[in-house]
Write a protein that binds this ligand. Structure first.
Ligand code: DGL
Length: 280
């Protein structure tokens, strides 16, 4: 449970992911809102989440959110579609009222769905995501709420996160696993004109993906969308804004070794990263 006294002391904004994928979100958030302080937490020791059960993803995500609260965050962004799909609603509805009614946890699915109607013309949208996100039907449910005329076809890509986490996503071997899923998706719906990359790791595999995607298809990556949505959220919630400190700092925490995190994170961020090990 969050410390009582800490509940009024301003703190950094927390960004969470199962591994490195959330760095693609943090990167764009920092471009959009450089003045805030951030804590990034990657549960790298237990990644990937995408092939785990609902209960396990919920449990792991809740542990990480509580840790970020304990480190002083009032606002946590789940920079992970799998966690947003499987844990966000339960945390918002069941856990936050018990932990601290004033703290907030936001996900990446709603902001992504909100822009869809500005992009698709055919109203046929495809999505690549982890098996967990696809199985949860979270995107489908959100789309049905906001844009019932949009048809979503999803393709689970269980190999893409391991390829990226092992820095093999641009190798010739990756071509096979990417082309296979592009063919599957477009065979299911040839009218798709827009594809959501529904996993925060996937922007890294985009160069390989673009080799196999027809040129007319628009690809939606989430970083800038989530960053703009966070700006709007903070503009509309001045009470929360005042609880977010503004020295422009970022601290990276990992449940894996510091050396492993630093070498991989530098591939995601294209800059040298120092991390701190943390036990959940
Ligand atoms: N980055 C996570 C997401 O957006 C997936 C990684 C994983 O499978 O752990 O879904």
């Amino acid at each position: 449970m969050a410390n009582k006294d800490m509940s009024i002391v301003p703190g950094p904004i927390g960004v969470f992911d199962s591994g490195y994928g959330g760095l693609t979100i943090l990167d764009k958030i920092r471009n959009e809102l450089p003045e805030y302080d951030y804590i990034y937490l990657g549960d790298n020791a237990r990644t990937p989440y995408g092939t785990r059960s609902f209960d396990v993803v919920y449990q792991y995500t809740l542990e990480s959110v509580k840790k970020l609260f304990d480190m002083g965050c009032h606002l946590v962004i789940l920079g992970c579609n799998t966690a947003s799909a499987k844990a966000l609603r339960s945390i918002q509805q069941h856990d936050l009222p018990l932990i601290d009614k004033e703290r907030r946890v936001l996900g990446v699915i709603r902001p992504t769905v909100e822009v869809l109607d500005q992009v698709t013309v055919t109203k046929h949208v495809g999505m690549f995501a982890t098996p967990g996100t696809v199985k949860s039907d979270s995107y489908l449910l959100e789309i049905q709420k906001l844009f019932p005329d949009i048809r979503l076809t999803s393709e689970a890509c269980p190999m893409w996160v391991p390829l990226i986490e092992n820095n093999e996503h641009l190798s010739p071997g990756a071509d096979y696993f990417v082309k296979q899923h592009v063919d599957n998706l477009l065979n299911l719906d040839a009218k798709i004109d827009t594809i959501i990359l529904g996993c925060t790791h996937y922007p890294l595999i985009l160069p390989t993906l673009l080799k196999f995607l027809p040129k007319h298809i628009r690809v939606i990556t989430q970083g800038e969308i989530v960053a703009k949505s966070l700006r709007t959220y903070l503009d509309n919630h001045p009470k929360m804004r005042k609880k977010c400190t503004t020295k422009g700092s970022v601290v990276y925490y990992t449940t894996e070794t510091v050396e492993k995190f630093a070498s991989m994170a530098s591939i995601f961020l294209k800059e040298h990263v120092l991390a701190v090990n943390i036990q959940l």
